[in-house]
Design a protein around this ligand. Structure first.
Ligand SMILES: *Cc1c(COP(=O)(O)O)cnc(C)c1O
Length: 452
């Protein structure tokens, strides 16, 4: 199984070439097409099977039951629109035997990944020396950051019971923040907000009202909520955190990509106060899954908390070269890691940053044009103004069941994949733009499909 099989290599490259040339990538069907258990039964057995036949089985039977996240019609959750160069370079990474764990093994990987991380840090106005690593996703980025923030907060406040330290978060923080705090056994101070935007004023009044405010050691802000695209008061929260020596974490998994938008960049200026910040290139920065940029203001602090110590790893930390202990493994809760930042780096360098600016802007502009179309339609209304690339709308007279039925029918017709969400306990429609090839034409079809 380690021999080179020229024929099968050709078959795989042909398959990949075909996928890369699809324009547009079709949506396909996800769970709308069930896979009968008999089809999978007994595939794994002592003797192997023809890889050509298995590739065909994948193409014809499994792949259609996946909604292609890179189709311009994928407008649910947060889509993903990897550039051709990022996909191609992901194949290069896959075939190159790269372990992105340490400087010792892979300095050529780390140098390039760090160049991309530094670009993202500079764009957000973080000081020079900021850095971190690419981790698998925002959830792990948040967990890693909050682990560091918790330990730093405990160390700064030895008078507190370490089990009682808390982070202030908003009601609208992403579910992965709650999950991270659960893993860390840290309680949140959940701050109620006005119109779902976490502000300095809201934080100050929540702290004032809380008899245990002294055990709040950090603040988590969201730079673009996933449900509605709302950017918290990063400047206010960040300056408050600085003044009060609190850890400031900014979750920009989805929205911080709008740092590339000339019209919206100013909303993110407060990230410059962050002790840790994340953005997912696998969301709005056009890289393939799975890729989150995790950046610390002071990476040496993160290393102290997160580096794994083991005798067989000592060699990773014992070099004399000044970069020698820059190991991506030290900045997250992982050890081994694929060089998942490289496809993003390759695409950013080869396409240039101006291409990123216009691609990010496309989604924001289409969200705004969609708002106009919805306002012109008598059976629809906006729930709130479009924010970043997200549109929340109401189909007058519909209940949850009707939205779900419409969503399934829309996917079955292969027009688009759009799923409902909840807004203040009401089921509403939600469109998340991201792919630069999503069109106004497509939006008109979606709007038509919502009529009678
Ligand atoms: C998507 C998202 C996450 C989680 O990121 P994953 O990459 O899915 O783990 C966290 N926070 C926000 C704001 C997100 O949009």
């Amino acid at each position: 199984m380690f021999d080179y099989d020229a024929e099968f290599v050709d078959a795989v490259f042909d398959y990949c070439r075909e996928r890369l040339s699809l324009d547009p990538v079709p949506l396909d069907f996800g769970a709308l097409i069930e896979i009968a258990p008999e089809k999978m039964a007994g595939l794994i057995r002592p003797e192997g099977r023809s890889p050509e036949a298995l590739l065909e089985f994948f193409r014809d039977t499994l792949a259609p039951s996946v909604v292609s996240i890179d189709s311009p019609g994928f407008l649910a959750f947060i889509p993903n629109a990897p550039t051709k160069n990022s996909l191609l370079f992901d194949m290069v990474v896959a075939c190159s035997g790269l372990n992105g764990t340490s400087w010792l093994e892979s300095s050529g990987v780390v140098v390039a990944e760090n160049q991309a991380l530094t670009y993202l840090a500079d764009l957000a106005g973080m000081p020079s020396g900021s850095g971190g690593a690419f981790v698998s996703g925002g959830s792990i980025g948040n967990l890693s950051s909050l682990t560091v923030g918790r330990d730093v907060g405990r160390a700064k406040r030895p008078q507190l019971n370490p089990r009682e330290v808390r982070f202030a978060i908003s009601d609208d923080a992403h579910s992965s923040i709650g999950k991270a705090l659960h893993v860390l056994d840290v309680q949140p101070l959940v701050v109620a907000t006005d119109d779902h935007r976490f502000t300095r004023a809201a934080l100050e009044s929540a702290l004032e009202a809380d008899p245990h405010r002294d055990n709040v050691i950090g603040v988590v802000a969201t730079a673009g909520t996933t449900n509605a695209g709302i950017v918290d008061d990063l400047e206010g929260l960040g300056s408050f955190a600085r003044e009060n020596d609190l850890w400031f974490h900014v979750d920009g998994a989805y929205g911080a990509a709008a740092l590339f938008s000339n019209t919206h960049r100013h909303l993110f200026a407060g990230i410059r106060h962050a002790d840790s910040y994340i953005v997912d290139p696998h969301k709005w920065l056009f890289a393939p899954l799975d890729c989150c940029a995790l950046i610390y203001r002071d990476p040496t602090v993160a290393r102290k908390v997160l580096a794994q110590q083991a005798s067989y790893l000592d060699v990773l930390h014992e070099g004399t070269d000044e970069h020698y202990d820059w190991n991506p493994s030290d900045f997250g809760i992982h050890l081994s890691r694929r060089a998942r930042g490289l496809p993003f780096w390759f695409s950013l360098v080869s396409n240039g940053t101006a291409a990123y600016e216009s691609a990010v802007q496309c989604a924001i502009d289409l969200a705004q044009r969609t708002e106009v179309l919805i306002n012109e339609c008598d059976y629809l209304e906006m729930v709130r103004p479009a924010s970043l690339s997200i549109v929340l709308f109401r189909r007058k007279g519909w209940n949850a069941e009707r939205y779900n039925q419409w969503s399934r029918e829309l996917l079955a017709s292969q027009v688009a994949f759009v799923t409902p969400t909840k807004w203040e306990d009401e089921t509403v429609g939600r469109i998340a733009f991201l792919h630069p090839n999503s069109t106004e034409e497509m939006v008109r079809e979606i709007i038509d499909s919502l009529g009678d």
